[in-house]
Design a protein around this ligand. Structure first.
Ligand code: FAD
Length: 624
């Protein structure tokens, strides 16, 4: 990797002499910003090329960060030195810990964000990042070596060429984006923004196969046209759960409430009567959308027995007039959207500022990627975010960080950064994508993580900060905070192991559901003083003690699975030579090219006997 240049090239008209960078990131959405920041932290000189500074880190849909499983991803990004958690904490207008009444493994922090402030702060992070240069423009083509096996740079619409040995594509929903509102169809990547049309052809020319997906968004309402007095209030948590391990508690800024209302029989009748005008039902849209996040027209068809559906009214910012109507995503014609909204309680006079719409876009089926998110077809070409068939800001940001880091690590001749399924939700997501692919927009759920008891939001720093530190992604302050927290945890554990009540050790007592660390500390000043020093250390010890039996069992499962994970498969292996193997298995292994037997076993349609045949074949090869 080249030594970093200390000059500040502040915009696209002020590029360095030969436009030569280590890494070019295309698109400054959630994936692109984390990719550029991660590569920059590793000392790479990065060009982050995006249509416009004004749309960096835009939230295309819901003004919220985190949620179930997504909250864990944000904490993981933060533990690895990423920006999303800090930016979300600073610009949040409401915090809620979801699933608070359930077990720790499935709780997820979420915040309502100030959409504009979030984007502004992320832009400021990018502007301030050493080695990262924001370049305004549209990338229309990719440059490669003559044999097309290695990336060498990108071409912009105005003819500029940026040379780089690594390129990370994070173009979101923009590739050949086509939006729908009723019968109206128009090209674009997001409402009011152009589509990206050259890149799809460039990717295909390099041998990558493309698919098509769709997603949608609800109408935004005018705050002042809603009758708030008729709606149920949903306040934030009294004690906010922060995302970033660097954010100091308590967060004291006033929180803004959300409100809840419901659809009703009139709304459902209106939508049913107009289904032939719905692009999703009249054949106008044929690509697959997210099953878990259906449009309101899909809900009334799929759940015909339900007499109402919940609608959350979420402010888009502390001072914004826009209210996001979460739950009524739609691409119905505008007059139907107007009528639908006004048939809902509290919204009788509501004015739509921006109509809901659906968007279809190209994606790259992600089985064409290595676990580093580098394409198998072109060395140095990485893909991250919605282009890989995922949906959601957090999923995009997690991939962006990994792709940016891996691009820089490869250039520096260092070991890649790949997280296991037992180490991070980010690891589960990337393994799912590159091993099984996806036929619909992929979103993270806790149910997708088989070791979710180990992958809690509260321990993301202990799981990942040491890994990020080894890779060079983590700032000293973060490392020091973790060391301090772990030292306090150790001291608390020491007190618990040495103290007794009768013949019971304190740590054994703590396993009882009615006993808390606080109750044990009542007449133990040393414990009380440790607890007062770090609330998170206290929470961690308590969780780990109470769940110790389950945690040990899950760790044993990880260790057993590790046997397969540790058996590497040579990348040039010719599967057609394995005569004993089923044809389908040979074809799938040859296409996915798993890195180890664990990954091979997770490919869909692969049976345990296929893996056994492969294992025996590898053993024979080794003996030879
Ligand atoms: P984006 O955030 O889309 O960023 C892409 C960036 O690339 C943009 O800045 C763009 O300007 C830039 N760009 C694109 N092409 C080029 C080019 N050729 N040259 C230079 N720059 C380029 N997610 C959910 O989880 N739930 C939902 O319900 C949901 N609904 C959605 C509805 C709509 C209408 C849209 C548009 C998105 C929705 N999403 C939803 C998806 C969510 O917005 C994305 O998952 C997330 O933003 C993806 O992040 P990304 O970084 O991959 O791409």
């Amino acid at each position: 990797m080249r030594a970093m240049d200390s000059r500040n090239y502040s915009n696209s008209n002020n590029l360095p002499p030969h436009h030569a960078f280590d890494v070019v990131v295309i698109g400054a959405g959630h994936a692109g910003c984390e990719a550029a920041l991660a590569a920059g932290r590793l000392g790479a000189r990065v060009a982050l090329v995006t249509f416009s500074r004004a749309t960096v880190a835009q939230m295309s849909c819901n003004p919220a960060i985190g949620g179930l499983a997504k909250g864990q991803i944000v904490r993981e990004i933060d533990a690895l030195g990423g920006a999303m958690g800090r930016v979300a904490d600073t610009t949040a207008i409401q915090f809620r810990l979801l699933n608070r009444s359930k077990g720790h493994a499935v709780r997820g922090p979420r915040c309502q964000s100030d959409r504009q402030r979030y984007a502004e702060m992320m832009l400021a992070e990018v502007d301030a990042a050493a080695g990262v240069e924001l370049v305004e423009g549209e990338v229309v083509d990719l440059l490669t070596a003559p044999d097309r096996s290695t990336i060498t740079g990108v071409v912009l619409a105005d003819g500029r060429r940026l040379q780089a040995p690594a390129v990370v594509v994070t173009t979101g929903t923009f590739l050949n984006g086509l939006m729908h509102i009723g019968q109206d169809k128009f090209g674009g990547g997001r409402i009011g923004e152009p589509a990206s049309s050259g890149l799809s052809a460039a990717l295909q020319r390099l041998g990558l196969e493309l698919g098509r997906l769709k997603t949608g968004t609800p109408p935004r309402l005018d705050r002042d046209s809603i009758d708030w007095s008729r709606l149920q209030v949903q306040p934030g948590d009294e004690r906010p759960t922060r995302f970033s391990f660097l954010t100091d508690m308590p967060i004291t800024e006033r929180q803004v409430p959300c409100h809840i209302t419901w659809t009703n029989a009139t709304v459902h009748r209106l939508l049913t009567d107009n289904l032939d005008h719905a692009p999703l039902y009249n054949g106008q849209i044929s690509s697959t959308g997210p099953r878990y996040c259906p449009s309101i027209e899909t809900k009334i068809v799929r759940f015909a027995g339900h007499d109402r559906h919940q609608v959350f009214l979420e402010p888009e910012g502390r001072d914004s007039r826009l209210i996001y109507a979460n739950g009524i995503s739609t691409s119905m014609p505008r007059p139907v959207q107007d009528e639908m909204v006004r048939a809902i309680e509290g919204l009788e006079q509501a004015r739509i500022i921006r109509y809901g719409y659906a968007i279809e876009y190209d994606f790259v089926p992600p089985t064409q990627l290595l676990p580093t998110l580098e394409t198998k077809a072109v060395s140095g070409l990485y893909l991250a975010g919605q282009i890989n068939g995922t949906s959601g800001y957090e999923e995009a940001a997690g991939q962006g960080l990994m792709a940016g880091a891996n691009a820089a690590l490869k250039l520096a001749g260092r070991e890649p950064l790949v997280l296991g399924r037992d180490q991070a939700y980010i690891g589960v997501m990337i393994d799912d994508l590159v091993t099984r692919g996806t036929e619909e927009p992929y979103r993270m759920f806790t149910s997708l993580a088989e070791y979710r008891l180990l992958l809690r939001y509260d321990n993301a720093d202990r799981r990942l900060t040491p890994i990020g530190d080894c890779a060079g992604l983590v700032e000293p302050k973060r490392r020091q905070r973790l060391q301090r927290k772990m030292a306090i945890m150790e001291r608390i554990e020491g007190v618990l192991q040495s103290g007794r009540v009768g013949n019971k050790r304190l740590d054994e007592l703590l396993r009882r559901p009615d006993v808390t660390l606080e109750s044990l500390s009542a007449d133990r000043p040393e414990l009380a003083s440790l607890i007062a020093q770090d609330a998170e250390a206290t929470e961690q010890v308590e969780i780990e003690m109470k769940y110790s039996g389950y945690l040990q069992r899950q760790q044993r499962q990880v260790d057993r699975a590790g046997r397969l994970e540790s058996q590497r498969i040579p990348q040039g292996l010719d599967y057609s030579q394995i005569a004993q193997m089923r044809h389908e298995a040979r074809e799938k292994f040859g296409r996915i090219r798993p890195l180890n037997l664990g990954q091979a076993a997770r490919i869909s349609g692969i049976s345990l006997s296929d893996v056994a045949v492969l294992e025996i074949y590898l053993e024979r090869l080794r003996r030879r």
